[in-house]
Design a protein around this ligand. Sequence first.
Ligand SMILES: NC(=O)c1ccc[n+]([C@@H]2O[C@H](COP(=O)([O-])OP(=O)(O)OC[C@H]3O[C@@H](n4cnc5c(N)ncnc54)[C@H](OP(=O)(O)O)[C@@H]3O)[C@@H](O)[C@H]2O)c1
Length: 513
Amino acid sequence: MAQAATPTITQNILRDGLILPRTPDPAAMVIFGASGDLTARKLMPALYNLALNRYLPSGFSVIGVADTALTEDEFRAHMEQAVQKFSRSQPVDRAVWQSLAEGISYVRMPFDDAAGYGRLAAELDRLDRERGTNGNRVFYLATAPQFFSVIIDRLGAAGIAKAGEGWKRVVIEKPFGNDLKSAQALNQAIHAVFAEPQIYRIDHYLGKETVQNVLVFRFANGIFEPIWNRRYVDHVQITVAEDIGIERRGKYYESSGALRDIFQNHLMQLLSIAAMEAPPNFDADSVRDEKVKVLKSIHPIDVANDVVRGQYGPGWVGGQQVPGYRQEVNVSPASTTETFVAVRLKIDNWRWADTPFYLRTGKRLPSRASEIAIQFKNPPHLPFAKTAVQELTPNVLVMRIQPHEGASLKIAAKIPGPVMRLRTVNMDFFYGSSFMVESPDAYERLVLDCMLGDATLFAREDEVERAWGLVDRIEAGWASQPPPAFPNYAAGTWGPPEVDALIERDGRRWRRP
Ligand SMILES: NC(=O)c1ccc[n+]([C@@H]2O[C@H](COP(=O)([O-])OP(=O)(O)OC[C@H]3O[C@@H](n4cnc5c(N)ncnc54)[C@H](OP(=O)(O)O)[C@@H]3O)[C@@H](O)[C@H]2O)c1
C-alpha cells in the first residue's frame, strides 16, 4: 500500500512563519463508534483537514470500529461522504482524500466482544508492519458514555493498550460521568489500564481558537493582567447561550439538563481560564494546576440564593414559532429537566475576593452567543456635567467565543460636536478580518495535540471531579427545594424573571449579547 508523503519542515511552516514544534509520530487511530454521528460530523473532517494542511505524519492510519456490517470500501465511502458534507474546506481534494483513505480500515465488532479485540490487535499489528505505525496508538472513544468502561476494560484484557513499543493514548468524549461518584468510578476504570498522562478528556470548547486566545490576551500582553483583578474588575459575566432547542437529543437531554450538559464542562472551563493565575509555563500540568486552583477556590454555593434554573415553554425564536421543552420529542410532558441555569459564584482568593462571577447558559435564548465579559469599575470621578454622561456604561472587555470570534473593548468617547457629550463605543478585533484565514475546527487542534502528546487543552482527572463536585452541590440544593414551576421562560427570552433578580440585587445587569 502506498504511504502518504512525509511532510517536510518547509511544508510544516505555518502561513504566519511559525514552525510547528513537532510533527506527530506515525500512528494509528482507532475510532470506536466509527459509524456514528460524531465521527462523520467532526472526526473524519478534522482528520481530512489535518491531512490537507500536512499535519498528519507519514503512515497515519485509522481503524473504524462499530457494529454495523460494512465492508472496508463501504466504510471508506461513508467517510468520504462525511468529509464532502462536513469538511470546512471545500471542494474536497481528491489526492489528499485518496492518500488518507488508503490508511483507513474497518473492524466490525460489538464493543463487549473479547474476540473482536483479537481481530483489532491483528489489524494494528498489520499497520505497524505495513505502514510503519510503530506501536503508536490513539484510542478514540466516540461512543455513548455507557461503553467507555467496557471498551477500556477489553483493551486492557487484550493487551492492546499495554506499554511496549510506541505510545498509547485514549481520548474520552463528553459526558465524562453523570455526577462526582460516576466520574470517580470512570476515572478508576480508566486508570486500571491507562495512566493519567495517557488520558485525553475532550471538552471541545478548549480547542476553540478564541478560548485559547483568552490565554494569549491575558498572558502575552502587558496591559491586561495588571488590571485583571478585584481592584479594577467590578464583576465577570460568562455566557453560553444557544438559540436552538434540544433538536433530536431529547432522550440524552432528559438525563442531563443544562447543568450537566454545559455548566459542568464548558462554563467551568471558561471560568477557570478567565480567572486562573499565570502559569510558569504552558506545559499541560502547569496550566491545569492553575485551572484546578480556581475550581478549588470557589466559595461553597448557596443554592437557594445564588442559582436560578429554568425550562423553556413555547415561544418565538428568530421569527419562528417553536414548541416548549415538554413538547419536544422524547421529553416527558411533566419533565423537570432544566434547560437554563444561572449561577452567581464567588472565588475566595486574593485576585478575586468580592468580585462576583455570573455564569449562565440556556437553550432557546434569543441568540447564540458564547462570551466572557470582564466589566471594569467606574472611574472614581467624572469631571463632566451629569447630562453629558447619561448614556455612559463602564468599560467592558468582551472575549467573544462565538459567533463573530474576537474581542471588543467598550470605551467612552466624545460625540463629535460643539458640546461635550459622551457615548460608549467599541474597539473591535475580529478574528476573521485580522488574520484572513478560517479558524480550524476545535477537533483538528485537539486531535493533533493528542498525537503530539500535549494534554494542555484536555481536562485532567482532578479538574473534572472538582467540577462535578459543584454540580452535585447544586443538585442536592435543588432536591431539597419544592419542584420547580416549569416552564418558567418563553422560548426566545433571556430566561426566567428570577435570573434578572439574581444580578440586579447586586446593582448590576445582565448583558444582552
Ligand atoms: N454527535 C456529535 O456532534 C457529538 C458532539 C459532542 C460530543 N459527542 C459525544 O460523542 C459520543 C458519540 O456520539 P454520536 O452522536 O456519534 O453517537 P451515535 O451517532 O449514536 O454513534 C454511536 C456509535 O457507537 C456504535 N455502537 C453503539 N453501540 C455499539 C455496540 N454495542 N457495539 C459496537 N458499536 C456500537 C454505533 O455503531 P453501530 O450503529 O454501527 O453499531 C455508532 O458508530 C457521545 O459520547 C456523545 O456525547 C457527540
